[in-house]
Design a protein around this ligand. Structure first.
Ligand SMILES: *[C@@H]1O[C@H](CO)[C@@H](O)[C@H](O)[C@H]1NC(C)=O
Ligand SMILES: *[C@@H]1O[C@H](CO)[C@@H](O)[C@H](O)[C@H]1NC(C)=O
Ligand SMILES: *[C@@H]1O[C@H](CO)[C@@H](O)[C@H](O)[C@H]1NC(C)=O
Ligand SMILES: *[C@@H]1O[C@H](CO)[C@@H](O)[C@H](O)[C@H]1NC(C)=O
Ligand SMILES: *[C@@H]1O[C@H](CO)[C@@H](O)[C@H](O)[C@H]1NC(C)=O
Ligand SMILES: *[C@@H]1O[C@H](CO)[C@@H](O)[C@H](O)[C@H]1NC(C)=O
Ligand SMILES: *[C@@H]1O[C@H](CO)[C@@H](O)[C@H](O)[C@H]1NC(C)=O
Ligand SMILES: *[C@@H]1O[C@H](CO)[C@@H](O)[C@H](O)[C@H]1NC(C)=O
Length: 298
């Protein structure tokens, strides 16, 4: 009975799911204190500021030391609907308060289950250097990875080379995009691969490229043949899948000579509906406190 219920829950179209939150290590704030009210001030204005920004990005500080709170929010670069951006950032604040209660610092990666509905990134902290764009580009304090547990079938070395080539091209495009530091690329390989890369727009092209290259460097022999994966840090993220999960590809590339041979038939997953695919797209827990995969129905 419970099994049936769980199956039904998993098969239902879901409104939204938080992919992950990382509760910060900066300690707790006291209830009803100044830090809490500064955080509440950010939660009430940052969502609208991010969604009304041409870059879908906002960073702000509320209050003064020692109770100053710094926050930044970034929506995925293909948002056409700024209501969705505002709602995503607002939901991320609420999610942080629910899942990291009273924590002075938290990072939330909020993603919708519908593959084509964009998500957002929110981070806040009492650390004075938090909003410095070059700060902590090399730390793992906000690192989160989620990997499909299935593998792409084929010659592993060829697939790995294709995935690296695709991610590298995507990161170069994202770093070169001065408007949003965002790019999507499709690779005509077998299977067709789709990828996305984004940095916060306050990063220079060089810092964006370095941030993304570090993430791509974490894609190892095991993970580079997975059916999909995402790696996030606060200021940049990359994702690849065997299905199109964004609005439209900004560039189409072909694998270089050493990459996959002509199609021999697409992955079965290709034909599954998004909700079924979601079930198979099991996310592995890595470095996170809690992973919310069960929908909140009330
Ligand atoms: C905080 O304020 C709320 C509402 O004003 C009150 O119910 C609660 O008891 C207060 N908590 C503390 C710890 O002061
Ligand atoms: C939001 O934007 C307004 C108007 O530019 C600005 O006064 C305010 O400080 C911003 N607040 C946040 C939290 O970004
Ligand atoms: C940069 O990203 C924006 C937003 O996604 C997109 O509209 C624009 O075409 C991109 N610019 C370049 C040069 O790729
Ligand atoms: C914009 O997004 C909101 C939800 O965030 C949705 O209710 C609304 O229908 C969307 N509007 C358009 C024009 O897509
Ligand atoms: C860098 O991150 C560490 C924890 O990950 C934090 O303690 C430190 O304050 C951060 N530095 C800056 C400049 O943000
Ligand atoms: C960050 O994590 C990656 C991947 O797990 C690891 O290779 C790297 O050494 C870590 N860096 C630091 C500074 O801990
Ligand atoms: C590959 O990366 C994953 C995710 O960071 C990690 O769990 C795994 O141990 C790595 N495998 C190898 C062989 O390094
Ligand atoms: C995926 O490939 C790895 C080797 O890279 C193997 O250990 C693992 O069992 C494979 N997983 C599946 C589901 O086939």
């Amino acid at each position: 009975m419970l099994g049936v219920l769980l199956l039904l829950l998993l098969l239902m179209p879901l409104p939204a799911t938080a992919t992950a939150q990382l509760c910060g290590s900066g300690g707790s704030y006291v209830a009803n204190g100044t830090y809490e009210s500064n955080l509440a001030a950010l939660a009430s204005t940052l969502p609208a500021n991010a969604s009304s920004s041409p870059q879908l990005f906002a960073a702000a500080t509320a209050g003064q030391s020692p109770d100053a709170v710094h926050a930044l929010a970034l929506c995925r670069g293909d948002f056409a609907n700024d209501t969705a951006c505002r709602d995503c950032v607002a939901a991320s604040f609420q999610h942080a308060q629910r899942t990291c209660p009273s924590d002075k610092a938290a990072t939330v990666y909020y993603e919708y289950d519908n593959d084509q509905r964009p998500g957002c990134v929110l981070g806040f902290s009492g650390d004075d250097g938090f909003l410095n764009p070059a700060a902590n580009l090399t730390g793992n304090g906000t690192l989160f990875q989620a990997w499909n547990t299935g593998n792409i079938s084929g010659v592993a070395s060829v697939i790995a080379a294709g995935v690296h080539e695709l991610l590298t091209a995507t990161s170069e495009d994202a770093a070169a995009n001065v408007t949003r530091r965002y790019a999507t690329v499709v690779m005509d390989s077998a299977p067709t691969l789709y990828s996305l890369a984004q940095c916060t727009p306050d990063l220079s092209a060089g810092d964006c490229q370095a941030c993304l290259q570090r993430l791509i460097g974490m894609v190892n022999a095991t993970t580079s043949v997975r059916l999909g994966g995402r790696i996030f840090v606060l200021r940049c993220n990359v994702r690849f899948e065997t299905f199109m999960f964004f609005d439209h590809p900004m560039r189409r590339i072909s694998p270089s000579s050493n990459a996959p041979a002509p199609p021999t038939g697409k992955s079965t997953l290709w034909f599954l509906s998004p909700s079924i695919r979601r079930c198979t797209n099991t996310i592995e827990r890595l470095q996170i406190h809690l992973l919310v995969v069960v929908p909140i129905l009330i």
